[in-house]
Design a protein around this ligand. Structure first.
Ligand SMILES: Cc1ncc(COP(=O)(O)O)c(C=O)c1O
Length: 475
């Protein structure tokens, strides 16, 4: 029989292999296999809780678009309703009713003219919502030309090269050719003329982005709609628009109401957005809405039991937590239009403040200033001998700030930018702390007398550079 002390030292030896955790009795618990015996709830809690402390501080994560703070009442509501499964419409009819209310509230914010019967659903996030929007376009394209499912024609989708990775996945999963409109130096939004030139009878749709992941800018949906109107009336291809409004969908209606980008435009048939970004809900909830019933092919609608009857569903996932949908409704009730407007306006004010201060720094040039969504990025005026923006990103981690640096997409991939996503929990006070930290780290970096590894890499001839992952994989 081992004494506790001995047990501890045995366990401490085993931890060296890093395949074991140590429980509070000093016993080794395997990390990568299910433990043989159970442990007290408190111990399991403590282990997982402690491990999570190694994650970054979510409030200082200026890389993510996803909500990192909600009010205690919202948290309480989410905890209370964590056991509800969104798909069990019959068991949780009120959650289903609340989802329906949310779809209608969102459709109304996006200028739908339906009267409380908008077509759409909640999803796990924008990725699922984009998939659904894209699938509907593919199905409609087949219907348009009466094509069999095994048609030899190859469908295509047109999008700017600033797309988020979900669109690459969508095209891969559904055998669609992705036609990328390249970004140009100095212009990082969709080149509408070039997009129209890429259209043909196999184009299932064009996807403008409201809140480009790389820069935070809006594509010009109105111009796209007008050009598409000309194209469609000339060719009768009737190519629709799906707007990927992952971030902008919950910003524009509140602080840029004059902007024309939503269902008011004839060719915008569907829109998706993330409830867990500027919708202000913890992950994961997203939304997709179609302007009219006709734009969602019947083939994609399935039925689930609902109070002895049936209810249509089009989401890809079956079981899914209902509590994020309830939290979305909480936010709509709690904030109202006015509250959302204040929150988004304040985020934008903080973003514009930060970007104006960064533009005053001699070393940087602003690429965007946060006047679309409250997201902005900057680049170096001139390449430095001894450091790069990657080093600044690393230095900021010392203070806990996550401010990613990354390359822009193909065609402008030589440009490295650094981006800040301002969310409603970022105060002016925090912005000042961040600016101070940036100032301190710049002093340190400017004083370096030898190049950092990233500076050495940056100064290599182009052909010798290691590929750096672009930001489409970050969020
Ligand atoms: C433009 C855009 N579309 C889609 C997505 C995917 O969103 P989600 O993380 O909600 O699946 C993102 C994520 O950042 C995005 O920025």
């Amino acid at each position: 029989m081992l004494h506790k002390k001995d047990k501890k030292s045995t366990a401490q030896n085993t931890i060296k292999s890093s395949k074991f955790l140590i429980d509070e009795d000093g016993q080794g618990v395997p990390k990568y296999k299910i433990p043989e015996k159970s442990m007290p709830a408190k111990s399991a809690y403590q282990i997982v809780h402690d491990e999570c402390m190694l994650d970054g501080n979510a409030r200082l994560n200026l890389a993510t678009f996803v909500t990192t703070w909600m009010e205690p009442e919202a948290k309480q509501l989410m905890m209370e309703t964590m056991d509800k499964n969104m798909i069990d419409k019959s068991e949780y009819p009120q959650t289903a009713e609340i989802e329906k209310r949310c779809v209608n509230i969102i459709a109304d914010l996006w200028s739908s003219h339906s009267d409380n019967d908008s077509i759409g659903c909640s999803t796990v996030g924008s990725s699922e919502a984009c998939m659904l929007g894209g699938m509907a376009m593919k199905w409609k394209w087949r219907e348009r030309d009466n094509l069999p499912t095994n048609t030899s024609r190859i469908p295509n989708l047109i999008i700017s090269s600033g797309f988020q990775v979900v669109w690459e996945k969508f095209c891969k999963y559904w055998d669609i050719e992705m036609r990328e409109v390249p970004m140009e130096d100095g212009k990082y939004t969709l080149d509408v003329e070039a997009a129209i030139e890429m259209c043909d009878e196999n184009t299932i749709g064009i996807v403008p982005i409201m809140g480009i992941t790389y820069t935070g800018e809006y594509d010009n949906v109105k111009l796209l709609n007008d050009k598409l109107e000309e194209y469609n009336s000339r060719t009768e291809h009737n190519i629709p628009i799906h707007v990927d409004a992952a971030s902008g969908g919950f910003v524009t209606p509140f602080i840029q109401p004059e902007l024309e980008w939503d269902f008011k435009l004839k060719w915008v048939h569907s829109i998706s957005a993330s409830g867990h970004k500027y919708g202000l809900v913890y992950p994961g909830v997203g939304w997709v809405v179609w302007k009219e019933e006709d734009y969602l092919p019947k083939d994609l609608i399935f039925s689930v039991d609902y109070l002895g009857g049936e209810m249509p569903t089009m989401a890809i996932n079956f079981s899914r937590p209902g509590n994020q949908v309830l939290a979305q409704y909480y936010q709509f009730l709690r904030l109202g239009f006015d509250g959302y407007k204040k929150v988004q306006q304040r985020s934008q004010d903080v973003a514009m403040y930060l970007s104006s201060k960064i533009s005053e720094m001699d070393l940087f040039t602003l690429v965007t200033d946060g006047s679309d969504i409250p997201v902005f990025c900057w680049t170096m005026k001139e390449m430095q001998d001894n450091w790069t923006l990657y080093d600044l990103a690393d230095r900021l981690l010392i203070n806990g700030w996550q401010v990613p640096a990354y390359t822009m997409p193909e065609n402008v991939q030589d440009m490295v930018v650094q981006r800040i996503v301002v969310k409603h929990e970022m105060s002016f006070d925090m912005a000042d702390m961040l600016l101070n930290n940036i100032g301190e780290h710049l002093k340190y970096l400017q004083a370096l007398t030898a190049p950092t590894p990233s500076a050495i890499e940056a100064h290599k001839p182009k052909t010798d550079k290691t590929a750096v992952q672009a930001c489409r994989f970050h969020h």
